[in-house]
Write a protein that binds this ligand. Structure first.
Ligand code: FE2
Ligand code: FE2
Length: 267
């Protein structure tokens, strides 16, 4: 778990998950230390203790007022149950679909702790009003991204991710340091893995939706699975516009997985 300051008030927490046959994927969550401290996602379950240490370095969990859950996937709700206890003043901000998915699992969000939003909803967190948006790439129908107008930051959930050959690349402090010949295929791979339905979408409509998502021209885009984007949004739009017509990812089967593990085994 690495804690990286992004701005004076926003910190990124990153775990790197090695995914066989795909690569090293960053899993990011965020803390905004504004007037009403707000978490955006809560990391992965195996690193809950590390997340707890890094978080407490910055804030007393009991001071957290909002926990934004972009969607119910396991890599976004790792510490949620623990935080519901340790952050008793925190309200969970999420979509109806995410709330519903969580409610049929072992870690439901208590209704009295939830505040439901949908695309276009706004949330007053004291010194700014977050706006919920549906990102143009997602792997879960409950997904919402959130725009922070005070910092001009877009928290983009699973949109714009990329798995890398090395953990070091996944931990880059600025995605601009990763060359195009490494980043572009990794972003297309992630897009195909995580949003395979994109291959059924007409390219110009997909591009329109990408541009709609970025119409506020955020200074930074902070995704769940990519190093921070500091400006240069066009680089990412240019790459992802090609996603619908790129080669679809074919998932590993048992034989491919065993071949991968054998190749990785110490000689
Ligand atoms: Fe997801
Ligand atoms: Fe994710």
């Amino acid at each position: 778990m690495r804690a990286l300051p992004i701005t004076a008030e926003t910190t990124m927490f990153t775990s790197v998950v090695p995914i066989p046959t795909i690569g090293n994927l960053a899993v990011n969550s965020y803390l905004i230390r504004g007037e009403q401290p707000t978490l955006v996602d809560t990391g992965i379950t195996p690193e809950v203790p590390e997340f707890d240490v890094e978080l407490r370095d910055l804030i007393e969990p009991s001071d957290i007022r909002w926990i934004v859950v972009t969607h119910a996937d396991r890599d976004h709700v790792g510490a949620l149950v623990r935080l519901l206890t340790e952050a008793p003043k925190a309200t969970v901000v999420t979509s109806f679909v995410t709330f519903g998915i969580m409610s049929i699992g072992s870690e439901p969000i208590p209704p009295e702790r939830a505040f439901l939003v949908r695309e276009g909803s706004t949330l007053d967190i004291g010194d700014r009003t977050l706006r919920a948006m549906r990102p143009p790439m997602f792997d879960n129908p409950g997904t919402l991204a959130f725009f922070d107008p005070k910092q001009n930051i877009l928290f983009s959930a699973d949109c714009f991710g990329a798995p890398f050959t090395t953990a070091e690349a996944a931990l880059a402090e600025d995605v601009a340091t990763i060359p195009d010949d490494e980043l572009a295929p990794a972003q297309l791979l992630w897009g195909s893995v995580d949003s395979p339905w994109a291959h059924f979408v007409e390219e110009s409509r997909f591009a329109d939706n990408l541009n709609r998502f970025l119409q506020d021209r955020p200074d930074k885009v902070l995704g769940s699975h990519l190093p921070p984007i500091h400006g240069d949004l066009d680089r990412h739009v240019k790459t992802l516009t090609k996603l619908p017509s790129s080669t679809p990812y074919v998932t590993a089967d048992q034989a491919a997985l065993e071949a991968f593990m054998a190749a990785m085994a110490p000689q």
